[in-house]
Design a protein around this ligand. Structure first.
Ligand code: ATP
Ligand code: MG
Length: 446
């Protein structure tokens, strides 16, 4: 075993490493993010295990049995439950409910499959116990372990062989082999890598809690997302009780799936029918449109609201919640040029009700028509609307048109405006296919 000391300067945002200090990271462009990190590299050249080389089809497949987490919604989003040895990263803003969710999952998992090792690096065991009592947790198979040293945790996992390991959070762990502080890029990378290696070799599923930085991405290196099998983002508005769990990456199922929860003092409760939940307070006012959102298999009806008022100041404001504001500027430009709907002297506000962040471009047409409806002060009525907007005003087709329409029909929406290229007839529904934003504006505004 040769021990070699190495110092490198590592960007804490993206993990870029350089032999000297730099003010600005050349990889991600962040300022002042480069920190000196000492590493003790253990090079051990002779013990590498020889791996076999044979055709892919002659390798034995792993047991693809899925282990239920006990939460129906969560099982569905990750593709039917946890695969043994699956490593799942749950990221979310402070206070959003990551620990609450995992404590509830741990209890259910413990009841179904056996001991759960809950490593609480962020809180004291008594804090966790207070939360556990509040959530009504009663299983004695849920074991809290207040430890932050990686080697001790690995030893405990190997000795106890729990059915599930939860690390809350990966940023608090440190490996004695590295001199840098907990939360630094090299520590996070090393801890995540070693934990997943051990858990995979023992076929134990592993949950890692990851903190997010102010830009809303997982703090620490991007490689963290590469190491793990599944990345879940837990989102919601801080002052709102809805929470959305979104699958950003999944090696064992589809991406883009969503699960909805409601936060109360008893913890998180699954929302069985999110469409009903999000539409319950909708009124058919100007600027309100129902958009069937789906990136995974199950669509959910969301309300898109737009408000336009005459601007008080010379530069009109564009504010959004749950939607990219740059995308809004682009849509407003297309509306002006291609449909002659002018908003240059108006403040424009767009809100996706319920704290859901929509990234799929299928929402473009709904946002555009919500703005038109607000400008013209004309309610849209019971249409559901989806389609991507191109720069020359063309309405482009999107995935899952039939699923979206059927979800609309289930809630009594009998009319729809859809891209011509995504037109599918649905019994009992009047569907208006449009090719250009002008045609769509005509349907709702005149
Ligand atoms: N007594 C309580 N009654 C109702 N809700 C509570 C209570 N205590 C906490 N909560 C809810 O739980 C949330 C905090 O949950 P939790 O600690 O699981 O979040 P977290 O994502 O793990 O946060 P952190 O990043 O700090 O670890 C609070 O924002 C609040 O909504
Ligand atoms: Mg927490």
């Amino acid at each position: 075993m040769v021990k070699k000391e190495k110092t490198s300067f590592v960007c804490q945002e993206c993990g870029f490493s350089s032999p000297r200090w730099l003010g600005k990271c050349p990889s991600c462009g962040a300022w002042n993010s480069i920190v000196e990190e000492k590493e003790v590299l253990k090079t051990n050249l002779n013990t590498a295990v020889k791996k076999e080389l044979k055709p892919v089809l002659s390798w034995e497949t792993e047991d693809s049995n899925r282990l239920s987490t006990g939460l129906v919604n969560l099982d569905r989003t990750i593709g039917g439950g946890l695969v043994s040895g699956q490593v799942v990263l749950i990221a979310g803003e402070p206070g959003i409910g990551k620990s609450t969710l995992l404590l509830q999952v741990s209890e259910k998992f413990a009841r179904l499959h056996g001991d759960v090792l809950y490593v609480c690096g962020e809180e004291s065991p008594s804090q966790v116990a207070v939360r556990a009592r509040r959530l009504g947790i009663s299983s004695y198979k849920l074991l809290a372990f207040p430890e932050t040293n990686l080697e001790t945790i690995l030893e405990t996992i190997e000795r106890e062989r729990p059915a599930l390991v939860v690390i809350d959070s990966i940023q608090t762990l440190y490996s004695s082999g590295l001199e840098s502080s907990p939360g630094s890029v090299s520590q996070v990378r090393e801890c995540a890598f070693k934990l997943s290696e051990v858990c995979k070799s023992l076929s134990i599923p592993l949950f890692l809690v990851g903190q997010v930085n102010k830009e809303g991405v997982v703090a620490g290196p991007k490689v963290l997302e590469h190491i793990v099998d599944t990345v879940l983002y837990f989102e919601g508005e801080r002052f709102n009780f809805y929470r959305v769990l979104k699958v950003m990456k999944n090696r064992f199922g589809a991406g883009g799936e969503l699960a909805f929860f409601k936060m109360s003092d008893m913890g998180l409760e699954e929302v069985a029918d999110p469409s009903a939940f999000f539409l319950q307070e909708r009124s058919n006012a100007p600027g309100s449109i129902v958009f069937p959102h789906t990136e995974g298999s199950k669509p959910v009806l969301l309300e898109v609201q737009a408000l336009t008022i005459h601007a008080l100041y010379t530069t009109p404001q564009r504010r959004t919640q749950g939607f990219d504001s740059n995308r809004l500027s682009l849509i407003l430009a297309v509306l002006e040029k291609e449909a002659k709907v002018f908003t240059r002297d108006r403040d424009v506000f767009v809100n996706i009700v319920g704290g859901v962040r929509v990234e799929e471009p299928a929402i473009d047409l709904a946002v555009a028509l919500a703005v038109v409806s607000s400008v013209k002060e004309k309610p849209v009525g019971d249409y559901i609307i989806f389609g991507e907007l191109g720069l020359s005003g063309e309405v482009r087709s999107v995935h899952f048109p039939q699923e979206r329409l059927k979800e609309g029909l289930r809630f009594g929406f009998k009319k729809a405006i859809v891209p011509k290229g995504a037109y599918v007839p649905v019994d009992g529904m009047e569907i208006v296919p449009v090719k250009h934003i002008r045609d769509a504006v005509e349907v709702i505004a005149y």
